[in-house]
Design a protein around this ligand. Structure first.
Ligand code: XMP
Length: 326
């Protein structure tokens, strides 16, 4: 049986030197395991899959095939960053699939949160399987499994974006991070030279902006959400809150209110700010964002984002409010 228990002798990786030692050890192990065969990886651009990709590129170069599925629900610039960092800078063997239309067409008119999640998860696996079955000679499937995934779910990563195994194909798993905790993955990612905004990325749900574009998703409201979220992130970066707040984002509900712009009636959606601190996401407190920052964010979002005419600040801790609205 596969060993899924972190060795007691394993030191906590919390310095660059320890990260370098871990990397050297993994590179040797990966080369021995993979040899001259090919490995497939679903690369979302999140911390875990990015660190796995960077390690494997170092170990086996273009024998690693990364598939990045853009489900159209990424935050602004995220797919572009995956292409830039992995496709261009690290010269990865990267397959980029823009499946935006497939996802948004399937989601059209679907308002029920659980149904939306199921559609996104199911379609993700379908797109990934389609891409995988076009490839020949793949022997291994790499996964960004980390130790909490094993502790919490018997080794099966409870996350849709890992992708399912293509029917009829048998892959051996490659899971170089499976004994690491999240903070250790970040130290390793940093030592591998990945950019800070990838290594220190805040958690982002697999269904992406799909759970923040509340109710039935429309392209115009999704666009407004993505732009408003980018402004919030920019302003948090600027005032130093980005490194301090655990998770922050915008949700946009599917109703409009009356407003006024340029002397005319202007109906628009509200953008709702959520900014929370937590240790384990089981409970969360509210970040006390300085009013000056709130004013700047409100001013920019209402001026720059078409369709938004109000900005609200969700003051509800968890419990009673969950972190996401859906
Ligand atoms: P809630 O909304 O339950 O969220 O308080 C707790 C944390 O989990 C994240 N989240 C998800 N992560 N897939 C994920 O990988 C999901 O479907 C999902 N839904 C919520 C949420 O962003 C928060 O950090």
């Amino acid at each position: 049986m596969e060993n899924n228990v972190r060795p007691e002798s394993m030191a906590r990786i919390n310095t660059p030197a320890l990260a370098d030692a871990f990397i050297e050890e993994q590179l040797a192990a990966l080369k021995a395991q993979i040899g001259d065969k090919k490995v497939l990886l679903a690369l979302s651009g999140g911390v875990d899959s990015s660190v796995v990709a960077a390690l494997l590129i170092k170990a086996v170069g273009r024998q690693l095939v990364c598939v990045h599925v853009n489900h159209g629900l990424m935050r602004k610039g995220e797919s572009e960053q995956v292409i830039k960092v992995f496709g261009e800078e690290l010269n990865a063997n990267l397959i980029y699939v823009d499946a935006t239309d497939r996802f948004l067409d399937l989601l059209a008119g679907v308002a029920e949160p659980e149904k939306k999640r199921k559609i996104i998860g199911g379609e993700f696996i379908k797109v990934f399987d389609e891409e995988a079955s076009k490839l020949e000679g793949i022997s291994f499937l790499a996964q960004g499994t980390i130790y909490p995934d094993i502790l919490e779910s018997n080794g099966v990563k409870a996350h849709h974006n890992v992708g399912g195994l293509p029917k009829g194909m048998q892959f051996e798993l490659v899971e170089p991070l499976k004994f690491l905790f999240k903070d250790e993955v970040r130290v390793v990612g940093k030592a591998l030279g990945l950019p800070d905004n990838m290594v220190y990325r805040q958690p982002f749900p697999g269904p992406g902006l799909g759970v923040r574009c509340l109710g039935a998703i429309t392209r115009d409201r999704l666009h407004a959400l993505r732009e408003a979220d980018a402004i919030l992130r920019e302003e948090f970066d600027r005032c130093g809150l980005a490194g301090k707040v655990w998770q922050y984002f915008i949700s946009v509900p599917d109703f409009k209110s009356v407003g006024v712009k340029d002397g005319k009636r202007y109906e628009g959606w509200p953008a709702i700010i959520r900014a929370v601190n937590t240790v384990d996401a089981m409970s969360a407190t509210i970040e006390e964002i300085p009013y000056a920052v709130l004013h700047t964010v409100t001013d920019r979002i209402t001026k720059e984002v078409p369709g938004i005419n109000r900005v609200l600040y969700d003051l509800t801790p968890k419990p009673v409010g969950t972190i996401e609205w859906e």
